[in-house]
Design a protein around this ligand. Structure first.
Ligand SMILES: Cc1ncc(COP(=O)(O)O)c(C=O)c1O
Length: 326
């Protein structure tokens, strides 16, 4: 259903667990809280990109690619999972990462190296442009490159989160549960767009609310509008979205993308110490900090049932040891 005719390769451990978080809920005096464990998708320490890569790698293989090229930040979870997926299918992987090589390779970057990815440092250059140049260079060498955009957020990758919504709805049915809200970090928008398309197609009634980690609401909503339309069209779905379907919280950008502040530090410790649950420093730490704030401000009422979609990112914790222990 929905995505069954799309080429797909098995990568992720699915379905991911759906768990209650009673001690976190109690600590916050807040709503019933559940967590969808996409940090447990299994691909080289898990995360949301495993779902997208099932469709992206299938497309690459169908197009006879032998080299995957993608881009991200130094501690990109997307880059690490893409390197792992490429290795699993015997493809080469080239990662275009922002900035310069740090003196110490840790967290995701260490894993990229272990996974055999070739790393190109972009400095301040435009990563999309650099991916094109790398692809041309590889073609000159007789290789067949396949470019995955940042975050895997095109209609092919986004299909992974349409499927994820199908999976969640099935889990809720079995437990006879209804959700008021689904909260998660949103970056390049593919996770949110996929959940929105899946929710609309299935008549899921809960609100789909992204906590932005980098972009302002207007920028992200424009991106989501495009991506939901393209994804729905690619799946042959005739769906229409209203303004109120696009929910992005951009109050938690702090000092910017990947900059840890007191809210992330508190959220990471609170989840760890109440639920034994590790969230990442860049994405899930920030989204959980947003969730905590929305509860404290009374915006999420105590009678609600709220799902936190854990999209992974825990390997980056090791790269933030100094900021976490300060
Ligand atoms: C751990 C984690 N969560 C969430 C996201 C955001 O997902 P999307 O880019 O689909 O918005 C990312 C993106 O890299 C991520 O690594």
């Amino acid at each position: 259903m929905l995505t069954e005719n799309l080429p797909r390769v098995p990568i992720a451990h699915l379905p991911t667990p759906l768990e209650e978080m009673p001690r976190l809920s109690e600590a916050l005096g807040g709503p019933r809280l559940l967590v969808k464990r996409d940090d447990q998708t299994g691909l080289a320490t898990g995360g949301n990109k495993a779902r997208k890569l099932e469709f992206l790698l299938a497309d690459a293989l169908e197009k006879q690619a032998d080299t995957i090229i993608t881009a991200g930040a130094v501690q990109s979870n997307h880059a690490r999972q893409t390197a792992a997926a490429a290795a699993k299918f015997g493809l080469r992987c080239c990662l275009v990462l922002s900035g310069q090589s740090p003196s110490r390779w840790t967290g995701n970057l260490l894993l990229d190296e272990l996974l055999g990815a070739e790393i190109r440092w972009a400095g301040e250059r435009d990563r999309a442009q650099m991916m094109e140049e790398v692809a041309e260079e590889m073609m000159r060498l007789g290789r067949r490159p396949y470019i995955i955009p940042v975050g895997g957020s095109n209609p092919v990758g986004t299909a992974g989160y349409v499927m994820a919504m199908l999976e969640l709805v099935a889990q809720l049915e079995v437990r006879d549960l209804q959700l008021d809200r689904v909260i998660f970090p949103t970056g390049s928008g593919g996770t949110q767009a996929g959940l929105m398309v899946g929710a609309k197609a299935l008549g899921f009634a809960g609100r789909i609310e992204g906590v932005s980690v980098s972009a302002t609401q207007d920028v992200l909503e424009a991106r989501l509008e495009e991506l939901v339309a393209e994804t729905a069209a690619s799946l042959g779905l005739d769906l229409s979205f209203a303004d109120e379907d696009f929910i992005v919280h951009d109050d938690y950008l702090g000092e910017g993308y990947a900059r840890m502040g007191p809210p992330e530090r508190e959220a990471i410790r609170l989840a760890a110490r109440t639920e034994g649950l590790l969230v990442g420093p860049v994405y899930t730490g920030r989204a959980l900090a947003g969730l905590i704030d929305l509860i404290r401000r009374g915006i999420f009422g105590p009678d609600e049932t709220v799902l936190f979609w854990h999209t992974g990112g825990t390997p980056a914790l090791f790269a933030y040891a100094d900021e976490l222990l300060c």
